[in-house]
Write a protein that binds this ligand. Structure first.
Ligand SMILES: NCCCC[C@H](N)C(=O)NCC(=O)O
Length: 467
């Protein structure tokens, strides 16, 4: 009888160590992604950014991923070159993007940007700093998404047949720590330093540490490769273009991917405006406002592993996604009602949103691994992220333009960091209805996914761990 040799993967300590190493960089990346969100009013006061400028800059995250198909290339690089190479490359790209963003926001870029074609103004004028910062954010976005798919694949590799959904959930949760920190640390940091770009500088330093930590992971992963080779475990198949076509033929894959773009379009872009929503709708002071949206990622950080564990042990992945999407719609509809503007309501709704934000990701990412074979997983995650990036790019821009066009209720003069500033006031009802609409469509696709799973037997409703 063949004796199956234990590998590093079979050691609980080694597996969880790997998870810690991979997740730390995720946290740094997520911190930088949202670190400008609490500074929306300060960007208006210090750099003359309108809501549209802020939306434009925020949409930068997806420009290259979407239009240059960088995410698809990232998936190919991942499946061809492996997680170690792709991880290091992605952190390098994030560092370059973050440095450009820092340079733009720290006052080196001034004036307005206009695109004139034969005397015709192609786009309305924007603050130059928002365009350059958006460019840096676009480069950063390529690295961040590339790192995301590499981290997912690394975790699946180390945890398949074990605590896979729990581990993916914990990895995502660590990212949420970064988002939570990004909600409430930037304002104190800016107050302390008097420099609006200080949070970006902090993120740059954290990313450098992230690079060192990831190098430690590569040492362990290389060891596992060697053990797998010695044990005769077949290496992953290399990327083939036919993979894209094959994945593209899978109906369940499209249901889950459409659900992904709709669901995340109602969460990540919401986070970008949430601090301002707290200040303007719920009349919460600027210095405290960030703590409330921070409850969202913080709740998700605690609950994503709980739902991941539930999925591992009891199954019900598609059902979890349906319930999460219903919760999302309820929250945004309640946010849209102007008279619901008290402090406890703000807290209650953000907590409920945190629960929805735990349920759907905890079930979604491991479900893709149940639908698509491991050798094509990098490409599959990349394709899903690519579609999702249309939302991450388009929706913040849409909300910024809608705010400037339809939601301005007036201006007030207030003290911001000791200086009198004129601040535009917005009514957030229409943006919240837009978010609710995305959630409503997401419910439909979650139902379709469940029906498809019943037909094809992917096992989304079955446990991942055989007890
Ligand atoms: N704040 C970073 C955006 C990450 C987007 C990424 N494509 C993703 O969806 N990751 C999984 C997650 O739930 O965060």
């Amino acid at each position: 009888m063949n004796e199956i040799k234990a590998t590093l993967r079979d050691s609980k300590t080694a597996r969880w160590m790997v998870l810690i190493l991979v997740s730390f960089t995720m946290m740094c990346a997520y911190y930088l992604t949202d670190a400008m969100a609490p500074l929306q009013e300060r960007l208006q006061a210090n750099l003359s950014w309108s809501a549209s400028d802020y939306g434009f800059f925020t949409s930068g995250y997806g420009w290259f991923n979407v239009f240059l198909l960088m995410l698809v290339f990232s998936g190919m690089i991942l499946d061809k070159m492996g997680v170690r190479f792709t991880g290091i490359l992605s952190i390098g790209i994030m560092l370059i993007g973050a440095a450009i963003k820092y340079w733009a926001i720290s006052g080196h870029v001034q004036g307005m940007f206009e695109l004139n074609i034969l005397g015709w103004q192609a786009i309305s004028s924007s603050a130059k700093s928002s365009v350059v910062a958006g460019f840096g954010f676009a480069i950063f976005g390529v690295g961040c998404e590339m790192f995301g798919i590499a981290a997912n694949k690394a975790v699946v590799r180390w945890f398949r047949g074990k605590e896979m959904a729990l581990a993916i959930g914990l990895n995502t949760s660590t990212g949420r720590i970064g988002t939570a920190l990004a909600m409430f640390t930037p304002i104190p940091l800016v107050r302390m330093t008097g420099d609006i770009s200080a949070p970006v500088l902090l993120a740059l330093v954290l990313l450098c540490i992230g690079m060192l930590v990831f190098i430690l992971f590569t040492v362990m992963d290389r060891k596992l490769d060697k053990e797998d080779a010695d044990a005769g475990v077949a290496a992953d198949e290399e990327f083939k273009f036919a993979d894209i076509l094959e994945i593209g033929k899978n109906r369940a894959f499209w249901y889950i991917t459409t659900l992904c773009v709709l669901f995340y379009s109602a969460v990540f872009p919401f986070i970008k405006y949430a601090v301002n929503l707290m200040v303007q709708k719920f009349d919460i002071s600027d210095s405290f406002a960030g703590y409330i949206p921070a409850l969202l990622p913080f709740g998700a950080l605690l609950l994503t592993p709980v739902f991941g564990n539930l999925f591992d042990k009891k199954g019900k992945g598609a059902t979890i996604m349906i319930i999460g999407s219903i919760l999302l719609v309820c929250v945004h509809l309640l946010f849209s009602i102007p008279s619901l503007n008290s402090f406890p309501i703000a807290i209650g709704l953000v907590i409920l949103l945190g629960i929805a934000f735990s349920m759907v990701p905890a079930a979604m990412w491991p479900s893709i691994a149940k639908i698509i074979p491991h050798s094509k997983l990098g490409t599959a995650y990349a394709m899903t992220f690519w579609v999702q990036n249309w939302g991450l790019m388009g929706v913040p821009l849409l909300i910024g333009v809608v705010l400037d066009k339809y939601c301005i209720t007036g201006t007030i003069t207030k003290l911001v960091d000791g200086k009198e500033q004129v601040i535009t006031q917005y009514n957030y009802m229409i943006p919240m209805l837009i978010f609710a609409f995305f959630g409503f469509l997401a419910i439909g696709f979650a139902l379709l996914l469940k029906a498809e799973d019943r037909k094809k037997g992917y096992g989304l409703e079955r446990p991942n761990i055989k007890e």
